[in-house]
Design a protein. Structure first.
Lengths: 115, 115
């Protein structure tokens, strides 16, 4: 039973447009969520996180939205840049750091930003 | 280099052999995590350390797996009597304290192939 699902294996957007990556979870105990970006041959890089006490968190071009009732979160990248092309992982944990290090990850969405 | 280092980058071993991987975290990071990632999936949590203490092990971590972090610095992950199902990318990550503003810094991983 996969508790964190990223249903879109891939997404392609034009440079300058918005990229929206989605993530659904089934475990209602999850209350802390993270997004990571991964380039080939590198480890994941932490992007942004959100606690369940919030429904939105922004960091520059990246915004994460959390809909607890729907058990859904999304990552918005505006504007998208070619350097954003990577695999994006959604992760969820019961409790904030250090428990967030024990997160359950989705299988990732490959984002391609076309110039 | 201030990142997380993992050694070796690649390891090919015969079934039944023992292998050991090393992770050097960022020096001031007191928490260290090990993950396993198979192709097309997200990382799966294996175990984590706070300083030299191993605080939690996932049910994924069979008796053939053991991890250490002597003196709270580098960590090793050993797999005894390797099986073909152990073939995966083994990732290490570290973080500092429990401040929510800190993300998790991953190494580039060790790719294990069991033949």
């Amino acid at each position: 039973d996969q508790q964190v699902k990223q249903n879109s294996p891939s997404l392609s957007v034009q440079e300058g447009r918005i990229s929206i990556l989605n993530c659904d979870y089934t475990n209602s105990m999850f209350d802390y969520f993270l997004w990571y970006k991964k380039y080939p041959a590198e480890g994941p890089t932490f992007l942004i996180s959100i606690s369940s006490i919030k429904d939105k968190n922004e960091d520059g071009r990246f915004t994460v939205f959390l809909n607890k009732s729907a058990k859904h979160l999304s990552l918005h990248i505006v504007p998208s840049q070619p350097g954003d092309s990577a695999v994006y992982f959604c992760a969820a944990s019961v409790g904030p750091p250090p428990n967030a290090g024990k997160s359950t990850f989705g299988d990732g969405t490959t984002l391609t930003v076309k110039p | 280099d201030t990142g997380v280092s993992q050694d070796p980058r690649h390891k090919i071993t015969k079934r039944g052999q023992n292998v050991t991987f090393r992770c050097d975290p960022i020096s001031e990071h007191n928490r260290l995590y090990w993950y396993r990632q198979t192709l097309g999936q997200g990382p799966e949590f294996l175990t984590y350390f706070q300083n030299e203490a191993q605080l939690e092990k996932s049910r994924l971590l069979s008796d053939r797996f053991s991890a250490e972090r002597p003196k709270g610095s580098f960590s090793t992950l050993e797999i005894q009597r390797t099986e073909q199902g152990d073939s995966a990318m083994y990732l290490c990550a570290s973080t500092k304290g429990i401040d929510r503003s800190y993300g998790y810094t991953f190494g580039s991983g060790t790719r294990l192939t069991v033949v």
